[in-house]
Write a protein that binds this ligand. Sequence first.
Ligand SMILES: [Ca+2]
Ligand SMILES: [Ca+2]
Ligand SMILES: [Ca+2]
Ligand SMILES: [Ca+2]
Length: 224
Amino acid sequence: MQFATLQENSAICVLRSLAVLTSFVGSPAFAALPDTTYESGFETCATPAQFCADVDQDNYGDIGYCLGTCEKPYDFFALPPTDCDNDSALINPGAEEICDGKDNDCDGAVDEDFPQLNTACTDGNLGICAGTGTLECDIGGTGTVCSITTPGQVPRTETCNGLDDNCDGTVDEGNPGGGAVCDTGQAGECAVGTVTCETGTLTCKANAPGCQEIQVNRTNEKRP
Ligand SMILES: [Ca+2]
Ligand SMILES: [Ca+2]
Ligand SMILES: [Ca+2]
Ligand SMILES: [Ca+2]
């Protein structure tokens, strides 16, 4: 490339830079800048670099307000990669992603390090005492916590209903509602039985092996 052409390109480069700077000076981003001493003026060169305004001074500039110059034009300008939030020094491509509903590391994804967010969870209680909800960000933003939307019930006496009423982790333990002698309605050795809780239902179960089971109707309704 000839020297004259280089000079023309350099001049165009400076003019374009000044045009961008003019629009930047009148922008809200410029108004938000701190009082800072200008470090250098404009110089001409064949391959200027893009320096972008770094309003929050986290060393990542705003792609919307860049200058093509040979050297860093002001001490509040920075080279790419650029900032995705120039109003917060805590958000930039070098920041760590935290759980807060924001894209802290400027990778285009929000809270991507917490894939368990918004999935179902429980409060750890057992049986009908278990509360259920969804995982949300904790206060510190370092993890998730179960936000209960449906609280568990208070424990109650175990009954034959297919539920863990007393919240000890076992369903219908101790044959609740059962134990009495009953008539199976069958003949012979199959006639005498014992009221037995099986799969949430009270049945009259013959004491002798190999006999048919008869359902007992009085207390077999399930409770919510
Ligand atoms: Ca910045
Ligand atoms: Ca985040
Ligand atoms: Ca992110
Ligand atoms: Ca039960």
